[in-house]
Design a protein around this ligand. Structure first.
Ligand code: WQD
Length: 340
């Protein structure tokens, strides 16, 4: 069975990808430092999978520890690298923390496994596009000056990977540019676990609906969009997880060499107000919300052209916004009843 290292594998997207890897016949090995995840997710995954996946707590910023990891777990055919700090606002307040963590972990990992013909999937983000000039945004759209140190770490990481491939490294690399991952596994055993006050829209909605937050503030309704609120490409986390399996299979094809990049979204734009309405319509749960001022750094509208992912990765998102809202709500209720 092909063994795949999944760094950040107890996190939101990582844990859902572990499930899809097993479904696809791979053997995931979870690496996580638990700085932004919960060890109880391992138990939840055990329940979903019917067995306990291999887990190692490793700080990827510790070069010696990563070298030991590569020695002890040498027989991997691929690596999916999720482990990174990803809160946009926090990255503005603490840039050095973000640059250190996101670059040390990536470089230590690439160095430790250097020379083996590995398939490396990098967790990138649509944030590299900033506010695209044209929509939907394609993979060859210009990468714009990052709106945050977090976004900058994604842009520079992609450049590091491309430079490494150009130097003749034996890796094959695919960067997946995620749009907005939301929702949860149908079992409601894994989902998004924001630490502290959620920065992202959907967990803030579900926490407000369950009574943990007072009210959702819609950050601006005076944008140049049909209903005045910002537009994003929300994608169900399970569809996103499946895209990682598709990327591995693509790299396992003999014809693939070097580096490639893909948009992982639905190809559809949805506004903040449409998300609010979809949640209330799908769950039947009303919650307090009001219009507030714009949030600094927000782009007005961005959604992905996913033609390349569909045609080349042979992958397409299947779940709609209502399913995203329903699954996010089931997860919020599950953790309210049985805190992890
Ligand atoms: C979505 C929309 C807000 C909260 C970020 C990262 C991106 C990716 C996903 C990692 C925006 C509005 C939000 C609220 C609101 N992360 N909003 N009230 O900023 O599009 O993307 O998370 O890969 O890289 O940049 O996501 O959920 O924060 O915001 O009105 O309480 O919801 O203004 O228009 P964002 P988000």
């Amino acid at each position: 069975m092909k063994k795949i290292l999944v760094t950040g594998g107890l996190g939101f997207i990582g844990s859902h990808t572990v499930v899809e890897l097993v479904q696809a016949g791979y053997e995931p090995v979870i690496i996580d430092d638990l700085s932004n995840s919960h060890i109880s997710i391992l138990d939840q995954l055990t329940t979903i999978l019917g067995f306990k996946p291999q887990f190692h707590q490793v700080d990827l910023c510790d070069e010696a520890a990563v070298k030991n990891l590569a020695t002890s777990i040498a027989d991997v055919t691929g690596i999916i690298h999720f482990a990174a700090f990803k809160a946009v606002g926090e990255s503005v307040a603490h840039p050095l923390k973000y640059y250190r963590n996101n670059f040390y972990s990536l470089i230590n990992l690439l160095n430790a496994y250097y020379g083996k013909p590995l398939n490396f999937v990098f967790s990138s983000s649509c944030t590299v596009y900033g506010q695209p000039d044209n929509l939907p945004v394609t993979e060859d759209a210009p990468v714009k000056a990052a709106q945050s140190p977090y976004g900058n770490t994604k842009q520079i990481a992609e450049e590091i990977l491309q430079d490494m491939i150009a130097s003749g490294a034996n890796y094959k690399v695919v960067s997946l540019r995620y749009f907005n991952p939301v929702g949860a596994h149908k079992s409601a055993l894994i989902g998004e676990l924001p630490i502290g006050v959620p920065q992202n829209l959907v967990p803030f909605i579900t926490q407000t609906a369950i009574g943990k937050r007072e009210k959702v503030t819609v950050f601006g309704n005076d944008y140049n969009t049909p209903d005045g609120s910002c537009i994003r490409d929300y994608i169900h986390v399970v569809d996103l997880a499946k895209a990682h399996v598709a990327a591995l299979k693509y790299m396992e094809e003999e014809s693939f060499k070097g580096y490639d990049v893909f948009n992982i979204g639905t190809g559809k734009g949805t506004s903040v107000l449409e998300v609010v309405n979809a949640f209330e319509r799908t769950t039947g749960v009303k919650f307090a919300w009001s219009i507030g001022p714009r949030r600094d750094g927000d782009v007005e509208q961005v959604w992905g052209d996913v033609t390349k992912s569909t045609e080349v990765l042979k992958w397409k998102a299947e779940l709609d916004v209502d399913t995203m809202m329903a699954s996010a709500w089931e997860w919020e209720k599950a953790i309210a009843n049985k805190p992890l």
